[in-house]
Write a protein that binds this ligand. Structure first.
Ligand code: GLY
Ligand code: MN
Ligand code: MN
Length: 357
């Protein structure tokens, strides 16, 4: 399977007219070779591939890397330049979005005869459609995270501190098999709910508040992403109205998603619904994003998206309403696009959960 992935990456050579591909983004290197360490470069020619790493990772690379010859370097860019020279490349495709200006300039100085061609769009699209093995891991990650959240939420009481709840959630996730967090958890209670990315703080949670939890784990190299907003005590009329507006917007988008539909059209379904209820100005961010090895990856789901939904894509649907001085609601599921419609990988039911204070 990994061998097929390097073959697929060779498609970038044809698309860009390059005779060599330089991969510097570690997530792409992991995807293409199976390497899980933190230092690597990958060079792919039409018939060969070289995986460059330092002595800390030579043994690990020998065990993990498939489809590429492992080269140990002591001076990273010198070794890279030598591999590219030996390959006799005239045009090298590279990921401009993952190389610093400094590194790019250094590489160009070492390889004055080589033309460099940006291949970000081609590289990014390699990972957007997930295979069966990836989907299995993504679903397992989502299940661990959802079950952990339900366990922790059941014990929430007034007086608890957001950051303590975040730590409790992390411990439960770890005990259920998570390798780590996919980002710092967002736990935003009461007025802090108006912060779309309000990281868990020292604020005390109080009865009568809505609490937004946005959380995810890393499991076997893949991320999960889900947001649940709960009420601690019976919600008042406005809390219920805002919640149901977001929920219906999310439901409409999840149900409408079909292969062949434009992502900006999907975004518009949720956005127009929220607008029709008078809350349009309070929903500023895009509807979602791809999820995989990275927590945020191609494609984006927003009014500016230019891509089309395809079967096997995994992306989030996460509308929100954020009202300064009042609070907010976000509801997020990660879904996989199947031929007949989208299927939720994240499992927490999205009817409003009302906790006894
Ligand atoms: N966890 C950030 C997001 O939902 O995109
Ligand atoms: Mn999220
Ligand atoms: Mn998300």
């Amino acid at each position: 399977m990994l061998h097929d992935r390097i073959s697929a990456a060779r498609g970038c050579l044809q698309k860009t007219g390059a005779d060599l591909l330089l991969v510097t983004n570690l997530s792409n290197i992991r995807y293409l070779t199976g390497f899980t360490g933190s230092e690597a470069l990958l060079v792919v020619s039409p018939s060969e591939a070289w995986f460059l790493t330092d002595s800390r990772y030579t043994s690990q690379a020998g065990a993990e890397v498939k489809g590429a010859q492992v080269v140990e370097f002591s001076v990273r860019l010198e070794s890279l330049a030598q591999v590219i020279k030996d390959a006799g490349a005239a045009k090298a495709a590279f990921e401009a979005g993952h190389l610093t200006v400094q590194t790019y300039q250094e590489i160009r100085q070492k390889l004055p005869g080589v033309e460099f061609i940006e291949a970000d769009a081609e590289m990014v699209s390699l990972r957007t459609v997930k295979d069966a093995q990836e989907l299995e891991i993504l679903e397992k990650a989502a299940v661990i995270a959802s079950e952990s959240l339900l366990e922790v939420v059941a014990g929430i009481k007034p007086g608890m501190v957001e950051s303590e709840v975040a730590w409790a959630l992390e411990k439960v996730m770890r005990s259920r098999g998570a390798d780590g967090k996919s980002f710092d958890f967002i736990i935003a209670s009461g007025e802090r709910g108006a912060l779309p990315h309000g990281k868990a703080s020292g604020k005390t949670i109080q009865a009568g508040e809505l609490i937004t939890f946005d959380y995810g784990i890393v499991y076997q190299g893949y991320c999960s992403d889900e947001t649940v907003t709960v009420a601690l005590g019976e919600p008042d009329g406005k809390q219920r109205e805002v919640y149901e507006t977001v929920r219906e917007a999310q439901r409409l988008a999840i149900e409408a998603a079909r292969p062949g539909m434009a992502f900006n059209e999907l975004d518009a379904i949720a956005r127009e619904y929220i607008g029709s209820k008078g809350y349009g100005q309070y929903f500023g961010h895009g509807l979602g994003h791809g999820v995989g090895i990275d927590i945020h990856e191609h494609p984006t789901v927003s009014p500016r998206s230019t891509h089309t939904i395809r079967e096997g894509m995994v992306f989030t649907v996460e509308p929100g309403i954020y009202i300064p001085g009042w609070g907010g609601v976000r509801i997020e599921d990660t879904v996989v696009m199947e031929s007949g419609g989208s299927r939720r990988l994240t499992k927490v039911p999205k009817e409003l959960i009302v906790l006894k204070p």
